[in-house]
Structure formats: structure tokens, C-alpha cells
Ligand binder design. Structure first.
Ligand code: HEM
Length: 205
């Protein structure tokens, strides 16, 4: 891919990923975030992190569909960092607007509401991924260790889904589309590995 095309595509991805943030800033400036602005900010940042996580997970299987899609891999790190960006804004909303930075109130919330604990688990799983996203960290860890560490993205995605299901009221099916997409993406991995092994065996026979 030409450098100019890559820069243009990256610009588009940056703008698209910043749309939810822009929507929140615009809503705050115009005082138009609805009757419960705190919940609106928490839900928008949480959902943005979740869908961007699904897109990040989709990059590997989708690029394997055709050699012409190999360039997609260049966007995986950027998407992963946007997941962390929205997850951090989401957690910051919880720290500042739900708990006023009070340690006692936070501990109370984590121990009393199981969905908050699952959210915390998700964030703790995403943290090492963001911290090791630099070229320096990849070199220091070595490719194999880095890849192994980045498998944490799968438990993080599962934990985020549990967080979402536990957050909504019983009978509310809002998390279902995300869960379905995630399930397909998680199943794509073993299926791809199995078909790769089959092809390798067929070549060696
Ligand atoms: C310390 C970590 C976390 C805490 C304390 C936390 C807390 C919360 C809270 C309080 C809400 C409810 C907002 C409301 O309706 O009043 C919420 C919703 C949500 N959170 Fe988290 N969260 C955390 C991490 C995450 C992460 C890492 C993700 C995604 C990767 C995530 C995704 C969501 C989603 C999708 C919703 C529901 C949005 C909706 O109903 O429209 N959360 N979270």
C-alpha cells in the first residue's frame, strides 16, 4: 500500500474513532446529554470501548480471508489503543462522577455491585496490553512472549461481555448483538488454526 493511502486511511480511522468523544464533548458544551448526563457518558464510553474491542479482534480473521486484506494488520494497534482510550475515559467517569474520587465509595461499589467488579477485571486485563503496545516493549519482551501476553485480549473481551450482561436488567437483551459478534470472532480462532494445520498436513503428505 502506498504511504499516502495509508496516511489517508489512518486519518479516516482516527476521525471515526473520535466521533463518540466528539459527540460527548458537543453534548456537554450544549448541555444536551439528556436527563442523566453521567450515565450517558458512562454508557457511550463503555459501548465505544466494547465495539472497538470487537473491531480489534476482527482484524486478524478478516485479513486472512484474502491476501489483498493484509494491510488491515497495520490498524490493529491503533484500534487497540482506542479501546484503551475509551475504557480509560469510562473508568475516569466512574472514579470522578460516580464516586467523587472517594476510595471508600469505590470499594463499596466494587464489593456491592458484581458488574462493577467485572468491569474492573476487564480494565486490569486491558492495562498490560496498552502498556506493552510500544515497539520498545515488543523488542524487550520478544515476539513470542508479546504474542502470548496479548492473548489477554480474549479474556478481556469475555469479561467485558459479562460486565455488560450483569449491568443490564434481567430480560434486557441489549448485550446480545455484541455477544454474538464476539462469539463468532472467538470461534474463528480455533477454526482458522484447524484449517491451517489441515492444509499443512495435506502439503506434507
Ligand atoms: C474499572 C472498570 C469499570 C467500571 C468501574 C465500570 C463501571 C460501569 C458503570 C458504573 C456502568 C453503568 C453506567 C450507568 O448506566 O449508570 C457501566 C456500563 C458499561 N460498561 Fe463499564 N466499567 C468498567 C470497565 C469497562 C470496560 C473496560 C468496558 C469495555 C471494554 C466497559 C463497558 C461497559 C458497557 C458496554 C456498559 C453498558 C453501556 C450501556 O448500557 O449502554 N466497562 N460500566
Amino acid at each position: 500500500m502506498k504511504r499516502s493511502t495509508l496516511i489517508a486511511l489512518k486519518t479516516v480511522v482516527w476521525i471515526a474513532c473520535l466521533v463518540p468523544f466528539g459527540f460527548l464533548v458537543w453534548g456537554a458544551v450544549t448541555n444536551n446529554l439528556g436527563p442523566d448526563a453521567t450515565a450517558e457518558i458512562a454508557n457511550t464510553t463503555g459501548l465505544s470501548a466494547l465495539w472497538m474491542l470487537a473491531i480489534t479482534l476482527a482484524i486478524s480473521p478478516v485479513r486472512r480471508l484474502s491476501v489483498h486484506l493484509a494491510w488491515l494488520i497495520r490498524f490493529r494497534r491503533l484500534m487497540g489503543l482506542f479501546v484503551f482510550y475509551y475504557a480509560s475515559l469510562h473508568v475516569l467517569t466512574w472514579l470522578a462522577l460516580y464516586n467523587n474520587f472517594s476510595i471508600r465509595s469505590m470499594l463499596d461499589d466494587v464489593t456491592k455491585r458484581r458488574f462493577v467488579m467485572a468491569g474492573m477485571g476487564t480494565y486490569l486485563l486491558l492495562l498490560p496490553l496498552a502498556l506493552t503496545s510500544t515497539n520498545w516493549a515488543i523488542r524487550k519482551l520478544g515476539g513470542k512472549n508479546w504474542t502470548r501476553l496479548h492473548w489477554l485480549i480474549y479474556p478481556a473481551a469475555i469479561c467485558a461481555t459479562i460486565h455488560y450482561w450483569w449491568k443490564v436488567k434481567t430480560g434486557v437483551l441489549e448485550p446480545a448483538p455484541y455477544t454474538l459478534v464476539l462469539l463468532v470472532l472467538l470461534l474463528a480462532r480455533p477454526v482458522m488454526a484447524w484449517s491451517k494445520r489441515r492444509r499443512a498436513r495435506a502439503v506434507s503428505v
